[in-house]
Design a protein around this ligand. Structure first.
Ligand code: NAD
Ligand code: LMR
Length: 332
């Protein structure tokens, strides 16, 4: 007998990331080529027709692994018994907008959807927040879904991690599969610290393989930090295919595990490791095993890195305060 289907919720499924993500999940990129799925697609009423169109296309694609599609604007129906929730729904940043501009709109969505997940999802639901501000939305979701274990609520910094791998691969003319163990520390924002100090290219330290310290300490960091804004400038819309692909990577590695000696970056509820602030969702290097993750410990942090970790941690603490202010104002 084949495996039982896994129910995967995608919120904001009529949007551009949703449109790129749903077929990847349905074709096995997230959970494997032998794992049937049932897709739960949520969007808001103004997008209902477009959402139905996505459902029609998924049916027309005849994905062998796709055992059902629920397309709905009802958050309770969407969250019912889901095993995995990929939270993409929200208002995206447009050209000229700062991430903080989208804060007040998005945090209230995450507060109310937290309650729906808590009420309806499977007890072990694994949650990945993609919508910005991703770390702070994940924090708000965690605060408002106390019965979901905090370790099951994460945010996407795998896109930044993959961007860092891509930059090093391009620079060294190496296939990206040979580049390992970069780290994204902190916030999914331009304050993040893309760190190559512990990474390798075909087994050689990245620093040696690149042989250009000025690039690594300068343009490499700013390119990765600013890549989201650069894509918005080029496309007039934020990254979608790379965001969808990275969301699949995040969930796949979380569930299936990371190869021994290899880590990935995930935004997780901080325990204060490496001097990061506690009680925020902070991106760390993590190893995944048996459906869980643990922060890689014992990496050496030099003064340069410590300064960058402090800056991105400070921003997350500020974002948290701003989010709580927005929620307090919206409840008045
Ligand atoms: P989009 O505007 O194309 O799609 C967003 C969808 O969310 C829309 O269909 C909208 O109707 C829907 N939506 C709005 N409110 C909702 C609600 N309450 N419930 C359910 N759905 C709702 O945007 P997009 O380009 O798909 O981006 C989605 C989000 O992902 C944005 O916040 C964007 O900034 C973020 N993003 C994050 C990363 C990352 O790496 N973490 C990368 C790219 C984009
Ligand atoms: C990205 O990193 O591509 C997005 O988070 C950019 C954005 O602000 O939507």
């Amino acid at each position: 007998m084949g495996k039982a289907p896994i129910k995967v919720l995608i919120t904001g499924a009529a949007g551009q990331i949703g449109y790129a993500l749903a077929p990847r999940v349905a074709s096995g990129s997230m959970l494997g080529a032998d794992q049937p799925v049932i897709l739960h697609l949520l969007d808001i009423p103004p997008a209902a027709q477009s959402l139905d169109g996505v459902k029609m296309e998924l049916i027309d694609s005849a994905f062998p692994l796709l055992h059902g599609v629920v397309a709905t604007t009802d958050v309770d129906e969407a969250t019912k018994d889901v095993d995995i929730a990929v939270m993409v729904g929200g208002f995206p940043r447009k050209a000229g907008m700062e991430r903080k501009d989208v804060m007040s709109k998005n945090v209230s969505i995450y507060k109310s959807q937290a309650s729906a997940l808590e009420k309806n999802a499977k007890p072990g639901v694994k949650v990945l927040v993609v919508a910005n501000p991703a770390n702070t939305n994940a924090l708000i979701l965690k605060e408002n879904a106390p019965s979901i274990p905090p370790e099951n609520i994460t945010c996407l910094t795998r896109l930044d991690h993959n961007r860092a791998l891509g930059q090093v691969a391009e620079r060294t003319g190496t296939p990206v599969s040979e580049v390992k163990n970069v780290i994204i520390w902190g916030n999914h924002s331009s304050s993040q610290y893309p760190d190559v100090a512990h990474g390798t290219v075909a087994g050689k330290p990245i620093k040696e393989a690149v042989a250009d310290d000025a690039w690594l300490a300068g343009d490499f960091i700013s390119t990765v930090q600013q890549r989201g804004a650069a894509i918005i400038k080029m496309r007039g819309m934020s990254s979608a295919l790379s965001a969808a692909s990275s969301a699949c990577d995040h969930i796949r590695d979380w569930i299936k595990g990371t190869p021994s000696g290899t880590w990935v970056s995930m935004g997780v509820f901080s325990d204060g490791s490496y001097g990061a602030p506690k009680d925020v969702v902070f991106s760390f290097p993590v190893e995944c095993k048996d459906g869980g993750w643990s922060i890689v410990q014992g990496l050496k942090i030099d003064d340069f890195a410590a300064g960058k970790l402090k800056a991105t941690g400070d921003e997350l603490v500020e974002e948290k305060a701003l989010a709580l202010e927005c929620l307090a104002e919206s409840s008045q």
